[in-house]
Ligand binder design. Structure first.
Ligand SMILES: NC(=O)C1=CN([C@@H]2O[C@H](COP(=O)(O)OP(=O)(O)OC[C@H]3O[C@@H](n4cnc5c(N)ncnc54)[C@H](OP(=O)(O)O)[C@@H]3O)[C@@H](O)[C@H]2O)C=CC1
Ligand SMILES: O=C(O)C1=N[C@H](C(=O)O)C[C@H](O)C1
Length: 271
């Protein structure tokens, strides 16, 4: 089979640069395009050079329609408005769309899912093996404990992160809620401040810290009457998010149209 031709959306960003490097190291993939925001000062620059590699002749462009004429997939780690704009073009062009962007609203997710009767989309707030394994563990622990164990999710990220709680925190919250058989949206506690009153039994709490250069730390705490279980993951480098995204693209190539997650890619459904 020919190499999978991948477009990196947000190619000038932290994840975009990591993706360009990982594609250059991954057999069976080739960088087919590098997308950046209209008006970005990086437009026209070489994606390889921006990623710290030798020049590869792929210049940053803001025109996805043109780039996608010669591509098989798009790795999208941008901002919600950009991802939503990319959804229709990717579906129209038959590209596998790997969505790593976080901060997506309920209506953004509805837009993404609306194309999956005709397009292949893999979406996850975290593409790492470790976090997806952690989510499977969290689901099982939540299944085994009743509401006398309070579930709190704590995350810390670098100071440039623009959304909170992180996409991963929501992913872990969904796993805990699935284990408990509850609806996360109805039962989450976010942004406690001031005279909050006592904790509502059964809620899943979220807390977000920001500072320095932290790649991404997440803990799920099960706080019981006389004991506490803490499950923690610490990301040390963005490379493994990028490797997960490229793996997802290769996995998704040729799949039937549908909405998939990293649980499908990594075969963790029965874990
Ligand atoms: N699912 C996962 O495993 C992971 C997800 N993420 C998520 O990925 C996203 C990006 O993170 P990160 O790389 O750190 O952020 P950055 O801000 O470093 O990168 C985002 C890039 O997207 C660009 N961009 C903005 N608008 C558009 C547009 N319309 N078209 C193309 N590019 C655009 C930005 O350009 P400009 O700066 O000019 O606006 C920027 O270069 C975040 O939502 C983050 O949470 C991050 C790591 C792992
Ligand atoms: O913005 C980041 O950096 C990250 N974002 C993702 C998230 O919101 O969970 C994944 C990772 O934690 C890094």
């Amino acid at each position: 089979m020919a190499d999978m031709r991948l477009i990196v959306a947000g190619a000038g960003g932290r994840m975009g640069r990591a993706l360009v490097r990982v594609i250059s190291e991954t057999p069976g993939t080739v960088l087919a395009g590098a997308l950046e925001a209209p008006g970005s000062e990086l437009l026209g620059k070489d994606a390889g050079v921006l990623a710290g590699l030798p020049a590869n002749g792929v210049m940053l462009s803001a025109d996805l329609w043109t780039l996608s004429a010669n591509a098989d997939g798009i790795l999208d780690f941008t901002v919600p408005a950009a991802t939503i704009a990319n959804v229709a073009i990717a579906a129209e062009r038959g590209l596998v769309h790997i969505v790593g962007t976080t901060g997506l609203s309920v209506s953004d997710m509805a837009v993404i899912k609306s194309v999956t009767s005709r397009a292949v989309v893999v979406q996850s707030g975290n593409m790492s093996l470790g976090i997806n394994l952690l989510a499977a563990l969290v689901k099982r622990v939540a299944q085994s404990l009743d509401e006398s164990f309070d579930i709190e999710i704590v995350e810390m990220h670098h100071k440039a992160k623009i959304d909170a709680p992180s996409g991963t925190a929501f992913l872990l919250g969904e796993a805990a809620a699935a284990g408990r058989g509850i609806d996360l949206h109805a039962r989450s506690a976010r942004g406690r401040d001031g005279h909050t009153g006592a904790r509502r039994p059964g809620d899943i709490g979220f807390a977000a810290l920001r500072g320095g250069t932290v790649t991404g730390d997440h803990s799920v705490i099960f706080a019981g009457p006389m004991e506490r279980i803490e499950l923690t993951h610490r990301a040390e480098d963005r490379t493994m998010f990028a490797q997960g995204a490229v793996k997802a693209a290769l996995w998704a190539r040729g799949k039937a149209p549908g909405f998939y997650t990293m649980t499908d890619v990594l075969g963790l459904a029965d874990f």
